[in-house]
Design a binder for this molecule. Structure first.
Ligand SMILES: [Fe+2]
Length: 313
């Protein structure tokens, strides 16, 4: 008998208890997860379980709704592939991406930040492009746009040698990877800031676009009577060792969807001055009026330079 007890004591898993009733489930689960050796994992998962259980209690979730939620999650995974990331789209569409972005930048909302969500369309292999070059890589009808940007540190001093990725939708509202009419890598480029922290290039004025609605996120939007549109924007990712990687978007200020962005990416600081020019001047012989300029200054904060995981290849 004594042998049996000893054997059980040395080989049995840690005990977390038996669930007595609905009220007691949460503590039992928290006890089960308490042995994680990674303290941050322990903290995050305990918070997640507490809030997930509180959500089910508050909503009085039915079994049919539980089934629907599990099916929804599974469909998010099934809709994700090399050129589309439904998981990010879902996080974006419920404001989760923007919340996490703002919690981690601009001192948790204490100061304005130049950061915004990455979105699902960044590719980590944009073509290196010289300053002054064009990211229009195949015929792309629409108003010309001349972008001139500066990157500075928090003290306003220029940051040279920042590797800057830019990517945008066409004037028809399509990224190149969604659109057989565009050459590969059209409207994408990688620049390096000069000694004065500047990078500049030619493009076309981006248009807003609907997020993909053929997956579960589209079902959710329709059920909530929400339109799927994003206001037009230019994506920017700035990378320099010693500085926190800057991920942001600069929005077109005359866009009708500025105040109803389906993924909640617009903050006041990120509304750009896309200035319309039809005064007869021509920045290049092939430019027709109206054309546009965008001047914008990005501020990068000292910190760890980490490249995000590309949402698509
Ligand atoms: Fe975008």
């Amino acid at each position: 008998m004594r042998d049996q007890v000893d054997k059980r004591d040395t080989s049995a898993p840690p005990v977390h208890g038996i669930v007595e009733d609905a009220d007691g489930v949460t503590d039992v689960v928290l006890a089960a997860m308490n042995g994680a050796s990674n303290p941050r994992l322990r903290e995050v998962m305990a918070s997640f379980v507490r809030h997930l259980h509180a959500f089910a209690r508050e909503a009085q979730l039915t079994e049919a709704e539980y089934d629907l939620a599990v099916d929804f999650l599974n469909r998010i995974g099934q809709a994700t592939h090399e050129s589309h990331n439904e998981g990010i789209l879902f996080a974006d569409a419920v404001g989760f991406s923007t919340l996490v972005c703002l919690l981690n930048n601009g001192r948790n909302g204490a100061t304005e930040t130049a950061s915004a969500l990455l979105g699902p369309f960044w590719r980590d292999n944009s073509p290196p492009t010289a300053n002054g070059g064009s990211i229009v890589r195949s015929s792309t009808p629409g108003p010309a746009l001349f972008v001139t940007c500066r990157v500075t540190g928090p003290d306003g001093a220029p940051l040279a040698g920042v590797e800057v990725d830019v990517w945008q939708a066409s004037p028809a509202g399509m990224y190149e990877n969604q659109d057989p009419e565009q050459a590969g890598m059209n409207l994408r480029g990688r620049f390096v800031t000069d000694e004065e922290g500047r990078f500049w290039f030619r493009s076309v004025k981006p248009a807003g676009y609907p997020v993909p609605t053929d997956g579960p996120v589209g079902d959710l939007l329709r059920a909530q009577s929400r339109h799927p549109y994003r206001p037009a924007h230019l994506h920017v990712l700035g990378h320099k060792p010693g500085y926190k990687t800057l991920i942001t978007q600069v929005f077109v200020d005359d866009d009708a969807y500025l105040e109803s962005d389906v993924v909640f990416g617009v903050t006041r600081h990120l509304i750009g001055d896309y200035r319309r020019r039809d005064d007869g001047s021509r920045p290049a012989p092939d430019v027709e009026a109206p054309w546009y300029t965008l001047d914008y200054t990005f501020v990068m904060e000292p910190g760890e330079a980490k490249r995000p995981v590309p949402p698509i290849k």
